[in-house]
Design a binder for this molecule. Structure first.
Ligand code: FE2
Ligand code: FE2
Length: 398
């Protein structure tokens, strides 16, 4: 690229400069910032090459470039031995007409390149985090306008890089919050598990059935609006808490090695309300209301409701039962049927499916049970994947 006159540089720069500043301010990552600079800076200053240098501890990382022939992309040099390092350490712009007449330049690194003159501008002048270099193949004095444009590009890059750092730290904080939430869920779920004779695998399996069924239901018009991808994920995460209320059931009932009598069963049935209240309590303490807690409460509260209104605790009927509860009922009952308990042996998969299909419109949402029937082998595979130890046994409220 031939060097442009100062007038030409000025004429083309304003609109492009505005674009560049806008694009850098909208960048969400370092790569984007460097790409914007790479695409625009060379033309804006009429240079033969541009480099974007990042400060990494005591090194200058030539992270990106756009030039008529390769410069140092990907290479790292000690900060004391290169001109970008000089610009950063001195917080000063270096303007060099003839690089071979300047002792700050490591001549051996330049000899294989086209470079004869350059401008190096630190990014974030008060505490440099990088530098932008412009290079020319001819020995010439870069115009004050070009230097000024480079300085403005470097200032925009500094703002962009600060934004990216803020975005990254915000994302890290959010990720940490998500991880903490998931750890709390697991802790709560495993608490229920340790008190219950049902094995931990019941919790794991029902979680996977829930996802499989919700994903399949997503493909059906009737359910699709309620089941976004994030909702399916949320259902998967909330499912382990469905029996959290069992923590509040006395040992003699929860751990009874046999069928419960009617009084005991009445107490066992309170686990759905207890679970809902426990999760509501956790939500109150955290002082936040979010969809995770609402959905987890809904599942704990309604997974024993039945389509025909004969379930508990409220005897809800049909679609008055939240979808999450209707899905959980299928996951929970399938697992109870195909798993061994002290008072009953495990049913074969096919028999369990027939029993559930026969309960279509009685216990279960008819449309959901149809979907379940089509993917029943997926349930079978999940059960096989998370199989119980042979002696696993215990009381079950379904
Ligand atoms: Fe339950
Ligand atoms: Fe369960």
């Amino acid at each position: 690229m031939a060097a442009m006159s100062n007038r030409q540089v000025q004429a083309t720069s304003t609109a492009e400069m505005e674009d560049l500043i806008l694009n850098i301010s909208m960048a969400r990552g370092m790569d984007e910032i460097m790409a914007v600079v790479r695409h625009a800076a060379r033309r804006l200053v009429g240079a033969d090459g541009i480099t974007f240098v990042l400060r990494e501890d005591g090194l200058c990382h030539y992270a990106d470039e756009d030039a008529i022939s390769p410069l140092w992309k990907g290479q790292r040099f000690p900060i004391e031995s290169c001109i970008s390092g000089w610009a950063m350490l001195n917080r000063e712009i270096a303007v060099i007409e003839d690089i071979y007449a300047d002792s700050r330049i490591p001549h051996s690194a330049y000899r294989p390149t086209f470079v004869r003159s350059l401008v190096m501008v630190p990014v974030r002048e008060d505490d440099p985090i990088g530098a932008i270099g412009a290079y020319w193949a001819t020995q010439h004095a870069p115009s004050p306008e070009s230097v000024d444009i480079l300085r403005r590009i470097a200032n925009s890059a500094a703002v962009g890089m600060t934004n990216v750092a803020l975005i990254n730290s915000l994302a890290a904080a959010q990720e940490e919050a998500v991880r903490a939430k998931e750890a709390i869920i697991l802790a709560m779920a495993s608490l229920a598990e340790t008190r219950d004779n049902e094995t931990g695998n019941h919790i794991r399996r029902t979680q996977h059935y829930m996802r499989a069924l919700a994903e399949a239901a997503r493909g059906h018009q009737a359910f699709e609006p309620e089941l976004s991808e994030s909702m399916v994920d949320l259902l998967y995460k909330c499912a382990p808490l469905h029996d959290i209320g069992k923590v509040g059931i006395p040992d003699n009932i929860l751990l009874k090695p046999g069928k419960l009598d009617p009084d005991e069963f009445a107490i066992m049935k309170t686990h759905s309300e207890l679970g809902m209240m426990a999760i509501a309590n956790a939500q109150r303490h955290l002082g936040v209301s979010n969809c995770f807690f609402s959905l987890a409460q809904e599942i704990a509260h309604t997974h024993h409701e039945r389509w025909d209104g004969s379930g508990y605790p409220r005897g809800l009927r049909g679609k008055n039962i939240p979808l999450a509860g209707r899905l959980m009922a299928i996951a929970d009952v399938y697992d109870a049927l195909v798993s061994e308990r002290v008072y009953k042996s495990a049913l074969p998969h096919d028999q369990a499916v027939s029993i559930m299909v026969a309960d279509r419109g009685k216990h279960f949402d008819p449309e959901l049970i149809d979907i379940f029937e089509t993917i029943a082998t997926v349930f079978q595979d999940i059960h096989r994947t998370f199989v119980d130890m042979p002696h696993g046994a215990g009381a079950d409220a379904a």
